[in-house]
Design a protein around this ligand. Structure first.
Ligand code: SAH
Ligand code: SF4
Length: 356
């Protein structure tokens, strides 16, 4: 907890912390699990509905906060498969969350910060600058927001990506605390393999994350494989240049035995050359890696254009020749979830989304 001095939000409490709070109030510890189930399995949204004796309920209401983020704006793709909600937090700040329905999949893309300090030139969130960290509870609340809605339709979230606004590893503690709450088998019990955390390449964060033992997937936004180019696109590369980034990534794969995904938004004439593909092949040599290619989504603040089909073909030919696994994501669907901080810009660029 880093950002305010108000009483803790109920969603900020780990199950252990909730147990300690109840114990400090002289309440039976057995209540912890009932309360936890109400919060994470039944999707309770008000103190009145909590399974508690009246006096304890009143004490919770008096001594804790419980903010359920409210939808203040909603955009839906014409096919109805993708929806973005703008959620308002207790202090009036707003964050974007995306729900994606694709066949049996129900994926949520959630945010970890309001704004972002990294300033990647192609990113609409980067253009906002950093506003503030999200608390663990505010991260968790985004997932419960969709989970409640899906449960009402006898569905549930199947996948979760931390690819919305913000850089998860510059809000490290709160992000990891939120993940632990979401993974807790006594609560939502989200399967770790169905969660993906995406980082712009905060090398110390990657190393630290390897030690957490969470078992979730890691994606690294690479976008360029030479320092000269990556620096231009992602200023964070000056602090954590490619050598540091890959040293951390190798430590991560060695420790976890897990494959990493590299995100690469193809920008015409910028990072879509066979030379960049060769550099990428050299960087990932020997790493258990998968390259997620995506076409740049144009934003009003960046003049870059998506790569042409010819350039994409030449780029992937180099990867294929080297035997590097890769997929190209479609602009609709998962491509939207890959950068939900950019949806507002995408809406303008493509008329892809319409206000409800
Ligand atoms: N800060 C983290 C996670 C949020 S951004 C990170 O950078 O990884 C989620 C993904 O969207 C990242 O891979 C990011 O590089 C990508 N992205 C941002 N702007 C984009 C754009 N205009 N077109 C395509 N992908 C974009
Ligand atoms: Fe921040 Fe990620 Fe956008 Fe870069 S791409 S500015 S790290 S949110």
């Amino acid at each position: 907890m880093t950002y305010d001095t108000q009483p803790l939000d109920l969603y900020d409490l780990s199950r252990e912390a909730l147990g300690e709070l109840l114990a400090s109030w002289g309440a039976p510890r057995t209540l912890t699990l009932e309360l936890w189930h109400a919060l994470y399995r039944q999707g309770a949204t008000s103190f009145e509905t909590l399974p508690l004796p009246e006096a304890l309920r009143a004490r919770f209401a008096a001594e804790t906060r419980w903010h359920i983020p409210q939808v203040v704006d909603r955009l839906e793709a014409p096919d109805g498969a993708t929806r973005k909600d703008l959620l308002e937090l207790a202090d009036g700040q707003r964050i974007e969350v995306v729900l994606l329905r694709y066949r049996q999949r129900r994926s949520a893309c959630i945010s970890t910060q309001v704004g972002c300090a990294c300033g990647c030139v192609f990113c609409a969130t980067g253009g906002m600058g950093f506003v503030r960290q999200l608390t663990p509870g505010e991260i968790v609340a985004q997932v419960l927001h969709f989970q409640r809605e899906l449960a009402a339709q006898s569905e549930s979230l199947s996948n979760l990506v931390l690819m919305g606004m913000g850089e998860p590893f510059l809000n490290y503690e709160n992000t990891v605390a939120a993940l632990r709450q979401l993974l807790d088998p006594q609560g939502l019990g989200f399967p770790p393999r169905r969660i993906t955390v995406s980082t712009a390449g905060i090398a110390p964060g990657i190393k630290r994350f390897a030690e957490e033992g969470l078992g979730v997937n890691l994606a690294i936004s690479l976008h360029a494989a030479t320092d000269a180019l990556r620096e231009q696109l992602m200023p964070i590369n000056r602090r954590y240049p490619l050598a540091m980034l890959f040293e951390a990534t190798r430590a991560y794969t060695a420790k976890t035995g897990r494959r990493v995904m590299f995100e690469w938004a193809l920008i015409a004439g910028v990072n879509d050359s066979p030379a960049q593909a060769e550099a990428l092949v050299a960087q990932v040599a020997g790493l258990p890696a998968h390259i997620n290619l995506i076409l740049l989504n144009p934003t009003p603040t960046y003049p870059g254009r998506p790569a042409t089909p010819e350039a994409v073909a030449a780029f992937t030919t180099v990867l294929d020749a080297a035997g590097i696994p890769h997929t190209m994501r479609q602009r609709r669907g998962s491509a939207i979830a890959a950068g939900c901080g950019q949806l507002r810009a995408r809406e303008r660029a493509f008329g892809l989304l319409r206000p409800l």
